[in-house]
Ligand binder design. Sequence first.
Ligand code: ADP
Length: 695
Amino acid sequence: MPEGNGSESAENMPHLPGLLAPIVDGVAESVIVRDLSGRILLWNKASEALYGHSREAVLGRNLHELLPAHRPASTADLERHLLEQGHWEGELKRTTASGGDKQVDIRWTVVRDPSGQPVSIIEYGRDVTRLSDIEVESRMQAHRYRNLFQAMAAAFWELDFSEVRRMLAQLAQGGVTDFRAYFEAHPEFIDAAIAATRVVDVNEKTVMLFGAGSREKLVGGTITHFWPPESRHVYAESLLASVHRLPSLSQETRLSTLDGRTIHALFTVCWPPGHHGRGTVLVGVIDISDRVAAEQEVRASELRYRNLFQAMSTALFQLDTTRQRALIADLMARGITDIAAHVDNDPDFLVTYMDAMTIGDVNEAAVRIMGARDRSELIGLPVTRFWPKPSYPVIRRALVSGLRQNVTFEEETVHYRLDGREIHTQFIVNASPELRARNMALVGLTDITERVAAQKALRQLQSEFAHASRLSMLGELTASIAHEVNQPLAAISANGAAGARWLSRPVPDLDEVRSIHTNMVSDAKRAADIIARIRAMASNKTSERQSLSPNQVIEEAVKFLRHELMAHEVDLSLEFADGLPDIEADRVQLQQIIVNLALNAMQEMKRAHCPQPRLRMVTLLAEGELRFEIKDSGPGIPPAIQERLFQSFFTTKANGLGMGLSICRNIIEAHGGRIWAENLPSGGACFIFTLPFAR
Ligand code: ADP
């Protein structure tokens, strides 16, 4: 075979026939080698017979001139295609030495030097001028097969297995019967078999998939390069399949490409009927790297999910919802579409529904929260076990939320532990579409028993404090109350004495007595009113909402303050907006706030020795709400404490409780309003609250 470039091959030319003639002369096909310019370098015996030209006469001549094809214009095209693809095959009609035409079936293959440069072209030719019908048919079959072979999306290999068959036969002759055991004990045999398997043909897909660049890189070589050692056992399996004469074998395996990648492949080798014992096998290779990568990703993400599931400090329950969904589907099929109504009409359904939901998996935190020994004690249990009857409405709401396809549901509730003890829980359901698709739901539980207890204690404490603060306020108000009550009582007693005198006159003046009596009744009523107000304030009764006129409530509160205002010589002005709608509020609580704010203001004005203490109470309608402002002429609020005013226990007074403003805020917020404080441009403080009007 020529080496190097075209001019060197010309020099080498005379030696070629001598070297190769014994080999190529034995071949029945015509074999012609030409250089890239078309000069004939080799011409075997079969060529002499086919074309009628002797070897001596043709060497060095141009092939295309010697054997003009009937479509000479296309010869250049064919050559170009040949150099691009490295291969061409087809039929040409050629004129022979005797002047007759021959139809020749031709295959051209480019030979390259080690650097990949084309140096010569080998031509195999077969006379197909006179083919029998059977041959024509079988050639068409072969043609169809080739087209199919090339067009397949799979990578196809036609492999020459004959050498391997001989190796297997030798083993059998040597007494080997258990081939599987032999292959396991002798991996080197498999390597040798791989090295002895030769590539007869491949399709374009194979060239692409295995990064070969061209068919020629593969054809004629062995498959060693493509079989990494870790896939040896798959090759061994295909040998066994061949030994046992299976029609085909499919296995997943890893194969190597020429450019150094590893691909995951579905490898199918098939021996069509009657092919066993023949030299070649057909191998299909489908690249499943993407699928394998996707599967690995799924496995990895499942692993991450599992790890996360176990590591979470929240108790997690993975529920199997298969039966529960069947239950709902069954209802739907029976025409019951309003499941919520169905649950309400048939309370037993909820139990059936819970029975149908079983625990598929749990994490360690779930084992702890339920007081189980280990996971197995919980897995498989229906959830009914964990739901006390009073918590059923929660499961009903969770069911309805699930039917609305909501992804999450969250509520505080009470659950049973395994030992029947009750725990307060934060119950969270997650039923994402991904989970639903797998008939699963995730439930997270947090034990909030302690939090609930703490909240309860706090509420208790707060109401105690509110009560205490009211009492301390009443303590401060005692003087004014005494005065308030004292005044009508003194008037009653004075009027009583006067009445007695009018009666003891020689002619009693009954008109005078009647008028004195009327005064006494109204004084007694005033005293009774005051005492009733104090009672209401002092009693620790719960909030009672009613429709109230805001201005009227404030006027009543001011009555409590009359004495304090007088004692501190405070100038109070009321600036009420007319026609305000009613508010829905607790009268006593609201008055408590106003008294509290006013007392605070008076105390601050006194502390700052304010020469002209003034208080203004304002009501107005702002942004659809009631707005109440109380403004003083005191020192105002130092910016440093502004933030903390409303915090519990914050006080700047030596014997203050620091609860007044915090209670005011609680009450206002419970009524749906807001409260805050500002400083006035004139220097005093202004406390403001808003309340929504009654609907
Ligand atoms: P206490 O009256 O027991 O201190 P409060 O919660 O009622 O508790 O008040 C907290 C603090 O807010 C008071 O100590 C005082 O420093 C400040 N404060 C309240 N009202 C006014 C006001 N009108 N002017 C300036 N500071 C005030």
